[in-house]
Design a protein around this ligand. Structure first.
Ligand SMILES: Nc1ncnc2c1ncn2[C@@H]1O[C@H](COP(=O)(O)OP(=O)(O)O)[C@@H](O)[C@H]1O
Ligand SMILES: [Mg+2]
Length: 212
């Protein structure tokens, strides 16, 4: 399964979610490759900051030929996760074309909602070439105890793209992971881990797999 995280808006949690999903899917026993297609390199920085070996591999591939090169690289892995830049660029289109499923994190603010318009346009364009391409929104950086997320779910339903039921909240531990840590190392039993597991299970059902 090739899973691409994409959104033309920066700061919505693409890099964070790609790391968290890579960790969770790898922990269920699968061989996971995390591809950093963003020349800003958040994921590569994470890997460089990390002193210990991780449960998944990380490779940089910030160019427009991902969809051509990935099949060869991916052959050694069960699943590939691709983190992309927040721009309409050849690399973004290539990462979407390479995908089986595109996940679009949206954080609960009106501007994010507006910005997701152009993200969905790229996905719909890719579906012309690849009609089996799946896509879903993830409510990301939801503020615990507010109802704004409910409004965004309603707004996202206008896009004819699935909205996942499992949100990811704004939690300090997610930001702390950026400096080379894994969630299971910082808070193995916390609410953050539960949210990512719920998301990973929802994704599993969405892509029609029995296990990762
Ligand atoms: N669920 C979250 N809770 C708290 N902080 C988050 C969360 N998701 C992302 N962040 C923080 O927000 C910033 C932007 O997230 P990032 O994953 O880099 O977004 P993107 O890749 O879409 O630009 C980073 O500082 C990151 O640590
Ligand atoms: Mg990023």
């Amino acid at each position: 399964m090739i899973i691409t995280l994409s959104s033309l808006k920066g700061g919505v949690g693409k890099s964070t979610l790609s790391l968290m999903l890579a960790e969770t899917i790898a922990q269920s026993g699968a061989k996971v490759l995390l591809v950093d297609a963003d020349s800003q390199g958040s994921v590569s920085d994470w890997a460089a900051a990390r002193e210990l070996d991780g449960p998944f591999a990380v490779v940089g591939m910030a160019h427009a030929n991902i969809h051509k090169q990935l099949p060869k690289v991916a052959a050694d892995y069960d699943h590939v996760i691709i983190d992309t830049p927040p721009r309409i660029a050849e690399v973004t289109r290539s990462a979407i074309l390479a995908a089986d499923v595109v996940l679009i994190p949206v954080s609960p603010s009106a501007f994010d909602n507006w910005a997701s318009d152009s993200t969905t346009a790229i996905i719909k364009e890719a579906q012309i070439f690849k009609d089996e391409l799946l896509a879903a929104f993830i409510v990301s950086k939801k503020i615990v105890g507010t109802t704004i997320a409910a409004n965004i779910v309603t707004a996202l339903q206008n896009y004819e793209i699935t909205v996942f039921q499992s949100p990811v909240s704004q939690r300090v531990v997610f930001a702390e992971c950026a400096s080379g840590h894994m969630l299971s190392e910082l808070e193995p039993k916390g609410s953050a881990v539960k949210e990512i597991r719920a998301l990973s299970n929802e994704l599993l059902k969405f892509v029609n797999l029995e296990k990762w």
